[in-house]
Design a protein around this ligand. Structure first.
Ligand code: ZN
Ligand code: ZN
Length: 414
């Protein structure tokens, strides 16, 4: 507390990079790292490289992206461009993961970059990218490599989150929120994270001991029964690779999450926060599930982006994740809306359509794909979270014997 005000921006950014390396990724000495980031995040990219090498990384390969280059494609490329992806790069990434490389990504892209572009082109490009990156993403969704995502306050993101402020003030406000959420402003950020991980692990233990058969969400516009996969396992806080390496996949993280049963979800659910989806902002989502599948879907804003998402492949209209986040989590308590899933998903209970996480299944990493599917774990080329929790949403757990146990009231732990 005492040193909060004395730290300069440069010192806070350096601590943020230290958290990314020593809490998020935790590279193993001699390990290669693939780092992806928007080009505007270069100051953080450089600091992460520094701390990663100091921690023993053998080689850090930064891959930078740029919104203007992405827009150039939409403005000038032939229509055929939108069905291809740089598969060679994804294949190389998968090969690097196979050799034991780690992955760190910096999130901060303009949430509304592709608003106004042809929605079918946006979803075709996303589908092509999802398909090409599937072999690499499998290392990530099964936690076979250590990986992590952290944030950088780009100008366009800050202006989307705080349109009423000047660009400078918006960026400064977003940084304050990011540094608070990454605990870069704590007296000892790494110690603060170890404590936080322990709290999340204690919630995971309670939920695993309960072994609920399903969860029921009730609130305005929501009455949803989410069956949980057979042999589901709750996760939260740090993760572990099969080789025993620990990492925190998301900085920040406030969620505990598990695998829903892809064929046992029924009812209506309404979103409680906007979703930034492939450069489009989607608001007021209402979907109805029947036997696990979305059979009706609408959105007050950005509806075509939503409809295109859920028809990407069969798994895109079924759930792959359900997550509980208390309404009083620090990110939620900030009252801010970030238009960035890394932040907004840690402010509210959420669900994700698409790919499930093998670590959220007992022995999941060793199960075959057919076994995972038989137990209800969803398979897809996409994984998109949206928020369904608020102070007006209650969650009950239903035990295998039918007993109903209150889990959250107003999205606070009971
Ligand atoms: Zn989640
Ligand atoms: Zn997710």
């Amino acid at each position: 507390m005492s040193n909060k005000r004395k730290l300069s921006f440069a010192a806070l950014l350096d601590r943020h990079a230290q958290v990314a390396v020593h809490v998020g990724l935790r590279p193993i000495p001699g390990q290669q790292i693939i780092l992806s980031a928007p080009i505007e995040a270069l100051p953080l990219v450089r600091l992460i490289c520094k701390h990663a090498y100091m921690a023993g990384a053998s080689l850090v390969t930064p891959l930078l992206t740029d919104g203007e280059c992405t827009l150039a494609r939409y403005r000038h490329a032939s229509d055929a461009s939108f069905d291809i992806a740089s598969a060679w790069l994804s294949d190389g990434t998968a090969a690097a993961f196979k050799e034991g490389a780690a992955r760190i990504a910096i999130s901060g892209d303009n949430p509304g970059l592709l608003a106004g572009q042809d929605p079918s082109r946006v979803s075709r490009a996303a589908a092509a990218a999802g398909k090409a990156s599937k072999p690499a993403m499998e290392y990530v969704t099964t936690s076979r490599v250590n990986w992590s995502i952290c944030a950088y306050a780009t100008r366009s993101w800050a202006k989307t989150a705080f349109p009423e402020l000047s660009e400078k003030a918006a960026v400064a406000k977003l940084w304050r929120a990011i540094f608070a959420a990454s605990r870069a402003d704590a007296p000892d950020p790494v110690a603060a994270w170890m404590e936080h991980n322990a709290v999340l692990k204690s919630r995971v233990k309670i939920l695993n001991d309960r072994n609920f058969a399903s969860l029921r969400f009730r609130g305005p516009g929501t009455d949803l029964l989410v069956g949980l996969a057979d042999g589901h396992k709750w996760a939260g806080g740090s993760s572990t690779t099969p080789g025993g390496a620990q990492f925190n996949a998301n900085v920040p993280t406030e969620e505990v999450f598990t695998t829903p049963h892809s064929r046992r979800v029924d009812g209506w659910v309404s979103s409680t926060k906007p979703l930034s989806l492939h450069g489009n902002i989607v608001e007021g989502i209402r979907v109805r599930f029947e036997s696990g599948k979305i059979v009706e879907a609408s959105a007050a804003k950005g509806e075509s982006a939503l409809l295109n998402l859920i028809k990407t492949d069969e798994g895109a209209s079924h759930l792959g994740e359900i997550a509980l986040v208390p309404h009083s989590s620090p990110i939620s308590a900030s009252g801010l809306l970030f238009f960035n899933t890394l932040f907004d998903e840690n402010a509210a209970c959420h669900m994700a359509v698409g790919q499930s996480y093998a670590k959220c299944m007992h022995d999941g990493v060793n199960l075959s794909k057919d076994d995972l599917i038989a137990r209800g774990a969803n398979q897809s080329n996409v994984h998109v979270d949206w928020m369904i929790g608020s102070g007006a949403v209650d969650v009950d757990g239903i035990c295998p014997d039918g007993t109903v146990v209150p889990v959250m009231r107003g999205c606070e732990w009971v």
